[in-house]
Design a protein around this ligand. Structure first.
Ligand code: KG4
Ligand code: ZN
Length: 363
């Protein structure tokens, strides 16, 4: 049986009332981070983050060298409500102040998504408020709107996470066109798999970046897949294979300096391809604003190279605040808030589903 949809708060989109505002509770549980946040949005203007709390499961999964889906789901169940209490306390608000509950509907791990969706829908029903499912990548893509220097539409988005590497032309909230994407591994996966080959912990991206800071990026000649192809697609699987061959050749006697050189060479290869394709996307679309988001967007070398390349072209680059690069609840609340402002939210019945595989263009 499906309960009737709870009406959405008025004020966003058509029929907006002057001065209307909503508090959106956002819940993220698509992978190995449990994130909860409260965002406040007036009918227009950039929404504001009131409070957020995050628990990362990285230490729990580290023993297995990667995310164990069943353990992830169980841990999300333990974390969501304590994190929600923490957020409400920090914001100085109560349950009654929540107007809308947003959760990550996909893409992600099915069991992990179901935890966030189940709790969000139950909480919303108990509060007689609507619940809305949000696309995880839309959250990443819009996350720079919570920064001190928010972008303006339209822009090119470079979305670089553990599961996705995409270039998009973004006209407005809910209107984007895929320009190119990885045909195999994501950029974050290339960082993680190379880090694993170098014996670094999980997640590998930040660990590899730290080791790379002590190495020489020209020490090992590694492939830059699809760099010179005129399209905007990526491929990182061959890079991982090349790293595996080089690391095997070094054997167990590899020095710390050689490992640092390898880390720096891997990072340089990934960054060079990402920068070249992002710049090509700006040139092809004629746009002069680039928005970078997703976990790999926290990489300092990527940021330095993008800043320099965009400055040389007269283009602006926007990043999320460092704390909002990786998965978090703020970006989920924000995406729902921005959709509400534009009247794009659909009233949702109390029944729910999750979409482990979900192209952003279909959101
Ligand atoms: O966006 P995210 O938190 O989760 C997904 O939606 O996938 O991205 C996680 C990815 C992981 O592959 C992680 O290794 C990578 O982002 N990452 C980094 C850095 N911080 C996180 N990669 C390179 N340099 C970093 N500083
Ligand atoms: Zn993510």
């Amino acid at each position: 049986m499906t309960a009737a949809a709870v009406p959405l708060p008025r004020g966003g989109g058509e029929g907006r009332e002057g001065g209307a505002a909503v508090n959106v509770l956002g819940i993220e549980s698509s992978c190995d981070e449990t994130g909860v946040a409260l965002v406040r949005a007036a009918a227009d203007g950039v929404p504001r983050l009131l409070a957020q709390a995050l628990h990362t499961q990285a230490a729990m999964h580290a023993a297995y060298g990667g995310v164990v889906p069943e353990l992830a789901s169980r841990d999300h169940i333990r974390r969501v409500l304590p994190l929600a209490r923490q957020v409400l306390a920090e914001a100085g608000t109560g349950l009654d102040d929540i107007d809308l509950v947003a959760y990550t509907r996909g893409p992600g791990l099915a069991g992990a998504l179901l935890v966030g969706a189940g709790i969000a829908v139950a909480l919303a029903a108990a509060l007689h408020r609507p619940a809305v499912g949000v696309h995880h990548l839309e959250g990443h893509l819009l996350s720079p709107f919570l920064s001190a220097d928010p972008p303006r539409f339209p822009f090119v988005a470079l979305l670089v996470s553990g599961g996705h590497t995409q270039l998009m032309r973004v006209e407005e909230v809910g209107r984007c066109e895929l320009l190119g994407e990885t045909i195999d591994d994501a950029a974050g996966e290339a960082f993680d798999k190379s880090a694993k080959l170098l014996g670094l912990g999980y997640p590998g991206g930040p660990a590899l970046a730290r080791l790379a800071a002590q190495g020489c990026c020209g020490a090992f000649a590694l492939p830059r897949p699809l760099l010179h192809k005129p399209n905007l697609d990526f491929s990182f699987a061959g890079l991982k294979t090349a790293v595996a061959v080089r690391v095997a050749a070094l054997g167990s006697g590899a020095t710390e300096a050689q490992r640092a050189d390898m880390a720096a060479s891997v990072q340089a290869a990934i960054v060079e391809v990402l920068v070249a394709k992002a710049l090509r996307a700006l040139a092809q679309t004629g746009l002069d604003r680039l928005v970078v988001s997703g976990g790999v967007g926290a990489n300092a070398e990527l940021r330095a190279r993008l800043d320099a390349a965009c400055a040389a072209r007269g283009a602006r680059v926007h990043y999320p605040e460092p704390a909002l690069c990786t998965d978090n609840g703020a970006m989920i609340a924000l995406a729902a808030a921005m959709r509400w402002q534009r009247g794009l939210l659909q009233p949702q019945p109390a029944a729910f589903d999750v979409r482990p595989r979900w192209p952003l263009q279909a959101a």
